[in-house]
Design a protein around this ligand. Structure first.
Ligand SMILES: N[C@@H](CCSC[C@H]1O[C@@H](n2cnc3c(=O)[nH]cnc32)[C@H](O)[C@@H]1O)C(=O)O
Ligand SMILES: [Zn+2]
Length: 426
């Protein structure tokens, strides 16, 4: 199937924004520019007055946590996890995981995200099912709390998830291993995760250095910072690592990140809301580290809106560094798209370029926030919001066209998610 997006303002990998045509052949971008005579599209989308960007990549989230949105706010991380989130999660059923994930799929499609990296569980196969039902690209990991009595069982569930789903749905589903964090996975347990992941050739998705409490707890328990001892477990020596947060880093931590090519998922919204701190993102970028963006779960953000995250990344580092040129608009957008693709292990997404996967978001520029059109990328990052997203394509398939959803039943999802949440939180 061939699709043509005609006369669209496209954000190219070099940051330019020509008005052009995007040709899609099956699930890939076949070309951008003049349409050759022999390109006969089965479907034409009029891109006039629309901005085309690569679909956003949410590099760190916990999808089914949407059910806990607005349930426990204004708390510190460990108090929030121990006393509110984990008890509520313990009551979740397989159905809750599915409908929570479907609520996340709905929100992601509506706001222009086409790929998400998830760490959750149990029943991650229900998240795979939700991603397949929605038509989105999911990078799934079974969150493993190693200190729990059934830590080994969770590790085995992650291995099973890998065996059953890695590469599923034409490659739209991939699987990583999800050891939750250094404070929930002791060294010997991380060694086991590393061995299993390496045996299967799987990548790692882990929370690292989120709060000062985490660093101080590690110094107390091991006399060392988490990055320092986690590196010795072999967990970073396999196929690759996606590390969420990385807020508090010293020189040695950054050396470890560079040495192992660890990709960082920066979550400015969650870090601000939980008062975790400000990650040294400008420095990481300057030193060549891949820094992507994530929303974290909808209970610490409280939404899965990646355009908002792109805006926050651009704004936070300016004010924090008293530096108005820190993370300019296009860099922030790259963090939410191209660097996201690299971070989640799918380098052929996140760019509008020939040969890349056809994951494309269109925003309607017919509103005040987009006027006048001096600089489309600047308008996107600093002025518009995700309400302008009106068409979303993932893997060449249209998931939303002019705000009409093609794969998801919005009314049903909202109803079922509310029903599930009522049981969990009341
Ligand atoms: N409850 C599952 C494990 C899920 S792993 C993913 C975990 O990360 C938790 N989480 C969400 N946001 C954060 C964060 O910012 N830092 C640390 N953990 C988080 C989330 O609530 C969830 O429990 C089980 O043991 O079977
Ligand atoms: Zn998280």
């Amino acid at each position: 199937m061939k699709t043509l997006i005609k006369n669209v303002c496209a954000v190219m990998p070099d940051g330019t924004t020509p008005v052009t045509n995007i040709m899609i052949d099956n699930n890939r971008i076949a070309g951008i520019g003049d349409v050759p005579e022999d390109f006969r599209p089965g479907k034409v989308i009029d891109g006039t007055d629309h901005l085309a960007i690569p679909g956003f990549v949410n590099a760190h989230t916990h999808t089914s946590m949407t059910l806990l949105r607005s349930y426990a706010d204004d708390m510190a991380l460990m108090d929030w996890l121990n006393n509110e989130v984990w008890p509520a999660e313990a009551k979740m059923t397989s159905d809750d995981i599915y409908w929570g994930a479907m609520l996340a799929m709905l929100e992601m499609v509506r706001t222009g995200t086409t790929t998400f990296a998830d760490m959750y569980g149990p029943w991650m196969e229900r998240v795979a099912e939700a991603a397949m039902d929605a038509g989105l690209r999911g990078v799934l990991s079974r969150g493993i709390i190693g200190v729990a009595p059934d830590g080994e069982k969770k590790l085995e569930e992650n291995a099973e998830l890998y065996r059953n789903f890695h590469g599923a749905a034409d490659g739209r589903i991939t699987v990583m291993f999800g050891p939750h964090a250094p404070y929930t996975c002791p060294p010997d347990f991380l060694k086991k995760v590393a061995a299993k992941a390496q045996e299967l050739g799987a990548e790692i998705h882990i929370h690292m250095h989120e709060t000062l409490d985490e660093i101080n707890g590690s110094l107390k328990e091991y006399g060392r910072r988490p990055f320092d001892w986690v590196a010795e477990t072999g967990i970073f020596e396999g196929k690759g690592t996606l590390a969420a947060h990385c807020v508090h880093l010293d020189d040695n931590d950054i050396e470890i990140i560079k040495k192992y090519g660890i990709r960082v998922a920066h979550n400015p919204g969650s870090n601000m809301k939980l008062a975790s701190g400000v990650a040294p993102v400008p420095r990481l970028l300057a030193e060549g580290v891949c820094v992507a963006l994530g929303t974290d779960g909808a209970s610490s953000n409280n939404n899965l809106d990646m355009l908002e995250e792109v805006n926050l990344a651009a704004m936070l580092h300016k004010v924090h560094g008293l530096d108005p040129v820190a993370i300019p608009a296009f860099k922030a957008l790259q963090m939410g798209t191209e660097f996201g693709g690299q971070a989640v292990g799918i380098p052929d997404i996140g760019r509008l370029a020939k040969g890349c996967k056809a994951d494309i978001t269109l925003l309607d520029m017919n509103s005040a926030a987009w006027c006048p059109r001096n600089n489309p990328v600047s308008l996107l990052v600093y002025s518009a919001n995700s309400g302008s997203v009106d068409t979303v394509i993932c893997d060449g398939k249209v998931l939303m066209e002019k705000h009409a959803l093609t794969t998801l039943d919005e009314e049903r999802i909202l109803f079922e998610a509310q029903r599930c949440a009522d049981r969990l939180t009341k």
